[in-house]
Design a protein around this ligand. Structure first.
Ligand code: GLU
Length: 287
């Protein structure tokens, strides 16, 4: 068994991250497996080294040890580029020149584009550009790369994944529309990088928050298209604050750094979290 915890260094870790890390770590250690850290720093404009160091210090304080050096997405750009080349050669991706404003304007809906599980569903404007225009604009304009979802779904067929303890779930990637795989400002999107990294790191069990369950539809499709192994998934309940809302990086009181600096015993907290006991004022969101 190999599990991982994959923080994005764009803010301080909070109790929800601690819960996720503790579950993934405990699952690996109780099966004599490995536990690894991945730093999801693909978004160079928002990632900060101070948050990388702070996250590792938080994990250490919780008594979480990890195998090998943390993997950094910023060191894996070559694998993202190779996967995109592969999809490009099969005409499963296309360059998209649209801005957010273009996308909103191209839809007649008064409140902007309809939302799918990954955000606004792309209306497909750039999917059918004539080859000449596409080539000319690629040389001159910033662009992202989108998956041609209809072609991808047709190529992959019906897909399922196993949600631990719940059996097989049908994946519904089409609900996401033409997702972005490489951004204008980053060489891979979360979906592409995370899927490739989990496979590249040999992750057997993806243990992460229930907020990412819809993303698994897209990840399962990418696994099929790119010939990657399919891990087992466990999407756990999210930690909520006193207001019943899931924690966010802006909830300063739940930041692990604040608890650490206030003298809270990190190992005792980790043991409580592993047993499903949360500090006063926090709870697990009902599924
Ligand atoms: N880096 C992602 C996050 O912090 C987690 C990715 C994942 O677990 O797949 O939300």
């Amino acid at each position: 068994m190999l599990t991982r915890f994959a923080p994005s260094p764009t803010g301080e870790l909070h109790l929800g991250h601690a819960y996720s890390a503790v579950l993934a770590h405990a699952a690996a250690r109780s099966a004599a497996g490995k536990f690894r850290i991945r730093i999801d720093d693909i978004d160079g404009s928002r990632s900060r080294e101070a948050y990388v160091a702070g996250s590792l210090a938080d994990l250490d304080w919780l008594g979480i040890d990890w195998d090998g050096d943390p993997v950094r997405q910023s060191d894996r750009l070559g694998s993202y580029a190779a996967a995109l080349d592969d999809l490009r050669a099969r005409a499963l991706v296309y360059p998209c020149f649209c801005t957010r404003a273009d996308i909103a304007a191209s839809l007649s809906a008064p409140h902007g584009p309809p939302n799918g599980p990954s955000g606004a569903i792309y209306p497909g404007t750039c999917r059918t550009l004539p080859a000449g225009e596409r080539d000319r604009r690629m040389a001159a304009e910033p662009h992202c790369w989108r998956l041609d979802m209809a072609r991808a779904v047709a190529a992959a067929g019906d897909l399922v994944w196993e949600e631990q303890g719940q059996g097989l779930r049908a994946a519904d990637p089409a609900a996401h529309g033409d997702i972005v795989l490489a951004r204008k400002d980053a060489p891979a999107s979360y979906h592409l990088a995370s899927t490739l990294d989990d496979a590249g790191m040999g992750v057997t069990h993806v243990i992460r928050g229930a907020d990412l369950i819809a993303s698994t539809d897209a990840h399962r499709l990418l696994q099929a298209l790119l010939g990657l192994p399919v891990p087992l998934y466990c999407h756990h309940a999210l930690v909520c604050g006193a207001d019943g809302q899931r924690l966010a990086k802006r909830d300063a009181a739940a930041a692990l750094k604040a608890l650490r600096e206030a003298g809270v015993d990190g190992r005792a907290l980790a043991a409580d979290l592993a047993a499903g006991r949360l500090p006063a004022g926090y709870s697990l969101q009902k599924p």
